[in-house]
Design a protein. Sequence first.
Length: 241
Amino acid sequence: MKKKEEEKTKEALSLRQKIVLARQCVKFLRRCIEHQIVSNFIKRKRLHAICGVPEDSHRILDIEMKVLRACLRSKQDNLYAMLKKCATKEYYCDQYLEGNLWRRIVGGSKLICDSIRLNAKDTLQRKFDDLLSRSHNMILRRHTDTANEEQASHNRTSNAPRNSRVIVLGGVTLPDGARSLLELGPSFSPSQPISKVSLRKVACGLHDLQDQFRKKARAEETNRNEQQVECTNTTISSAVL
């Protein structure tokens, strides 16, 4: 085997192994996106500290998922480029290697790639299970914190002192000391007893208002009658002419 052919063969075999790993990584990232799980390499970037928001906020989760999707697209593009490059090198090896040498090399490469695939699959599966468990624990803790906060808010509302309403009946004038003790508040206004003179003034005012309504009604009635008479006279005059 010539030196150039040997280099091409090594490059093709290396690409075949890299493609196996890349495919498993793409599958892993797709599962993470499907289950809304953020991988550790994104968590280590501490985006919540950069944005200044809590780690478990929905805003940070949205940003982390966008980063995860961008990583998936990058992995897919890299995988597609390696597939094209590997296909070119495999075609060269198949054309220029002696006899069935390339086929025997490919057979041995398949065994190596199968072993790499199984190891990568097991490793990524354990990693995914660990991330899934952490995600469930975080969601459970978030729900617990929310429930505790709501209960604490309810308790604060229930235990808050309620201002009692004080009603003072009668015409007794309250001194300043008594008002301060009762804590009547700024809306308190002491009521005054209604005298007979005040009652007479109110009654007279109501009678005057009633008389004004009657006069207005009579004036409107007289005005309507005059208009009807005038209209009738005009009609009669027109008929005579």
